[in-house]
Design a binder for this molecule. Sequence first.
Ligand code: SF4
Length: 462
Amino acid sequence: MQAQETGYRRFKIESRPAPHVYPIPNRFDVRARKIRLAAMLVHEAFEYRFEKEVVLSRPCIYGVFSGHFGGFKPLKHKCVGCMRCVQEYPHIMTVKPSEAYKKLGDSFWTPEMVYTVWNEASTGKIPVKGMGYKGAFGGEGFDGIWTDMSEIVRPTRDGVYGREYISTSVDVGRKPTSIDLDNVIETPRTIEIPLPIIFDELPNGTDNDDVQTAVALAAGKVGTLDVARETRLGRPGPENLLPLIDEEGIEDYEEKQPSILEFDAEKPSVLRKLLTRFDRSIIIGRLPLREDSGQVASELARQGVHGLHLYADYHGRDYSRDPRHISTALRDVHQQLVRDGLRDQVTIIASGGITLAEHVPKAIICGADLVGIDTTILVALQAEFLGETRNRANCGLRPRRINPEWGAQRLVNLMGVWHDQLIEILGAMGMRDVRRLRGDIGRSMMDSELREQSFKGIAWAT
Ligand code: SF4
């Protein structure tokens, strides 16, 4: 008899390098003033009596000057922007963001976001930012939310490699609020997934077969869900598929009885049909975020929906007359459900504008149970930016030809590195379970609120 494995198995996503297939621009333009460099080399040669080791020593530990021509022909793709060479030789070196790099993305996807996702997908490693963070400490949307890291000294802090297990599993579905032990006829309709991230439906016109296969393979490897409007025969990973069903498609799916499905909740009459015909499935209503989404969500929860998939546009703006960031819209829906005593009964999935690892815990703090990624999938697969990506019907991203296995590994790497970063942030907050973070707004600080508290009533000199 085979010995049974004791203890728990730590959930870990195995990354493997999946280098870029299409060339990417250099991030930095490294230049040396050649005459000054030559003069310095001659001067040093005489000063150090032609001691080869000293004269040929290079200031860059990343190997930018390790080619045959040294500083005369720097290997720009290796530069990480640490600025050491500029600090040591300010009269010779200049390092600036390259023009091609500055053109990446669109009005929402900054070059840094594109680069971060590319490199996370390629290496599966947490990005390390040169000489530390050089950007602003507040801003719009998710950049205006700071997380409370006051527990950073606790043992949970060493989460990724450490002793204490931090759970990132979430439940999708509806939980009963009470159990009648004399009349247990219904089991809770929930499924557990090991991380609070799913792959959402891809933008219109971008879901070619290779991309879909890559997403489905990655969903299977990671153990998450993959939202798609139609199932294709022979497509891998059907057990991870979260089909998006419209009224006409109900009959096709009736025989299959998927364990989980989504429907367009803007047509609430469909819900009654689904609840009767799919009596063992988890039914998620898909709803655009608007000013009245809180009331609509409450009504759907009362009617028996098991979860809500709330989406903003691809730039993370909701569909209100005066568009708000998804974080604000989510807080409204979450708080409405809490007021109505319904929040614990339904799962909330949030998507639209989730493009960086830090957006996952921030969306959860604002009230989501888990998030869906969409354009981020295409960026990780090196899709081309052809224009603005905001519009769901006409997104300016065009997928390139890819090998599905390569694409799946890129997405697995991305999920692995986002999972690691989620564990880092939960550890720093002293939390051992991501479920506890949901709606815990007290563990965050809002830039706008802090500004108001600090500066309200103080006149600005103009
Ligand atoms: S900025 Fe840093 S990485 Fe780039 S060339 Fe200079 S020393 Fe090397």
